[in-house]
Unconditional design. Structure first.
Length: 458
């Protein structure tokens, strides 16, 4: 089996002035170029209306680096942003060490010692630390994959609350000042190799927020479910059991003319639920192990892929279908070439998909026809994102490739970050916010006149 990277998801961010101890309230800031509120931004789409983003940068020389800060511990979760607030999560070894993350197999790692699961907030304008809170501390309740961390899930925010899932430690809600509001024990999230309960690879699905609800997908060795919780107090609103293989995919809340759907990837079925009550609306049989990519929507289509081995089909769904559907109900289907880990992305009528081994395939969003195919150097776990006429692809090897959006392959730059990249970048305003192995960066065109910051978040 190929390498599994549970770096899909999870980070949180939020912004709203609150009195300590009060209930977050008031108008929410609109989702805009200034906000990247969840895994891959709005609706897991990976696309922003940010402008003026740099094409080239260099941490070694400081070129276009507005700021950078050390991060404690190890986490594959991505940064999320609300206004000028950047939020990241981390699992920090209390005794100093923190989780070695390496290897290309599927070994299960049992880390010795205790950890702290933290949520940290930074100022987007200069990288200065705002606050750091510890949600939980102790020994991890489950083991992890050799390429995973103990903090894979990206948080989500709506400007009032930040919701963070720290795997089996639970789901936690904070206000924008870092005050904990509630927590929910989701149980032991022993996600791993299907049919082998002793093989635990760690959890990576991120929470999805819509309105006053938080949606969570939990696919594990037994008792899988999808559920909705009240964002104000964490009360469970509904829970729907799932008969599914282990997955690491984030659910998608999607509204269309016929109503709203909560769409989930799955090892047995791709399913859509009614987000009001959790009733299943439609399902599509797609039997595969190790589903990691998350669903996303573009131009009235819902796109899904993933599963072992890489190279499986890419599907585009009509969201208005109902019941158990088959291939005749699909908007289109690419028979092979889908990624194992990274979630594809659609922009300007094109679907960008990169496999773990660096094969970049671009399809026409209207019918799935292949536009071009190229190979990029390196291994990819982070998902592609796009804005300002550019696509950004971050590799585990430490390079971020900048491509021009278009029907022909045009590599604009290869930017060496100097250390591995597992988290998906965030694109806001005129800035790229990026998490490497041990640092958080604010990258902007005017950064070449500023010295990279060395402030520690420890």
């Amino acid at each position: 089996m190929q390498s599994l990277l549970l770096s899909l998801v999870a980070v949180v961010v939020t912004l709203a002035s609150l009195l300590s101890g009060s209930t977050p309230s008031g108008p929410l800031s609109p989702v805009s170029a200034d906000n990247w509120p969840s895994f891959r931004g709005v609706g897991t789409a990976g696309v922003s209306d940010a402008t003026g983003l740099p094409t080239n940068w260099n941490p070694a020389t400081g070129e276009n680096i507005r700021w950078s800060v050390d991060l404690p511990g190890v986490s594959h979760s991505s940064p999320v942003i609300w206004g000028d607030q950047v939020l990241v999560s981390a699992a920090v070894g209390i005794d100093g060490d923190s989780q070695r993350v390496d290897g290309a197999g599927n070994a299960t790692i049992d880390d010795d010692g205790e950890f702290e699961w933290r949520l940290l907030s930074f100022d987007r304008t200069d990288g200065s630390a705002q606050w750091s809170v510890t949600a939980s501390a102790g020994r991890p309740r489950v083991r992890r994959h050799e390429k995973a961390s103990h903090s894979n899930s990206t948080p989500a925010t709506d400007g009032r609350y930040v919701i963070a899932i720290f795997a089996s430690e639970g789901m936690f809600a904070f206000d924008m000042q870092g005050n904990q509001r509630w927590s929910v024990d989701l149980g032991v999230l022993d996600t791993g190799l299907y049919g082998e309960p002793s093989v635990q690879w760690g959890y990576a699905a991120s929470p999805a927020i819509h309105g006053d609800r938080v949606y969570v997908q939990v696919d594990r060795h037994a008792d899988s479910f999808v559920a909705a919780y009240d964002i104000g107090d964490g009360a469970e609103i509904w829970r729907t059991p799932r008969s599914e293989k282990n997955t690491w995919s984030t659910p998608l809340y999607y509204e269309h003319e016929g109503g709203a759907l909560l769409v989930t990837n799955g090892g047995n079925y791709i399913r859509a639920y009614d987000p009001a009550d959790g009733d299943e609306v439609w399902r599509f049989r797609d039997d595969a192990e190790v589903k990691v990519p998350s669903p996303f929507a573009a131009d009235g289509k819902i796109i899904l892929t993933g599963g072992y081995p890489q190279g499986r089909p890419v599907y585009a769904f009509d969201p208005t279908v109902a019941g158990e559907i088959d291939a005749s109900s699909l908007a289109w289907r690419v028979p092979r070439g889908g990624p194992y880990t990274a979630t594809p992305m659609a922009v300007d009528g094109l679907v960008y998909s990169v496999t773990d081994s660096g094969i970049l395939s671009v399809y026409d969003l209207s019918d799935g026809a292949q536009v071009y195919r190229e190979r990029l150097p390196g291994t990819f776990s982070a998902s592609p994102v796009a804005a300002d006429g550019k696509v950004f692809l971050a590799s585990e090897d430490g390079s971020v490739y900048t491509l021009a959006i278009g029907r022909e392959f045009e590599l604009l730059a290869a930017n060496d970050m100097g250390e591995p990249l597992f988290a998906t970048p965030a694109l806001v305003d005129n800035m790229i916010v990026m998490r490497t192995w041990g640092r958080l960066y604010g990258i902007a065109n005017d950064g070449d006149d500023l010295v990279a910051r060395g402030q520690s978040a420890r």
